[in-house]
Design a protein around this ligand. Sequence first.
Ligand code: HEM
Length: 205
Amino acid sequence: MEEKTYLYPKWIRLWHWSNAIFFIVLIVTGLSMQYSSQDYQFIPFSQAVYWHNIAGILLIIDYIIFLTGNALTMNGKYYKVKRKGLIDRIKKQFYYYTIGIFKGEKAPFPVNEERKFNPLQKVAYVGAMYVLIPLVIVTGVALLFPEMIVHKVFGVSGTLLTSLLHIAVGFLLTLFLLIHVYFSTFGKRVSSNFKSMINGYHEGH
Ligand code: HEM
């Protein structure tokens, strides 16, 4: 019998897909600004700045929805990391992803209502949602209002340091996104996890 668990409530799905769209707009416009020169601009520079700012503001509103939803609903409990034994749990999951899965072994941390994320997923999601996104937002808002930024830090321009941090975190989040989409194909079928994020139901193995 096919086992299905309702794990992705409507608000999470709406948050997730709008967040993904804003994210892609931010990456494309961000890269375009980063690599534009006098001779070549993938998107005209002023257009790229405009859409980057709009998508950034929408992403912040979306992020507030995510934080509020996690604070007010059961979904927040999936983001609580128990430190005890964490390294061992991560090692087990890593072994499964690199070796076990190709030998047809069973997942060490199967998904159920108590445990939506495996240990590696949990650490990646907490890192992205509670460390990297706040950092990219704070540095992004600072660059939108550069008068807020400290003028010089040890003789180096505060704006330069802020933009370097913003770009570095943006790069890490882009890396997260690529790995995230790849690992999303490790469901029952390649398409299963994508369907879960559309209809809300996780398909068990
Ligand atoms: C094209 C872009 C994306 C695709 C195709 C995608 C795909 C998915 C899928 C299939 C799931 C459900 C399976 C799972 O829990 O792993 C998921 C969940 C999740 N994704 Fe994405 N994702 C995308 C972009 C993003 C971005 C940009 C972020 C954040 C930076 C993100 C963060 C998350 C989080 C936190 C969850 C778990 C949500 C919850 O249930 O609480 N995703 N994603």
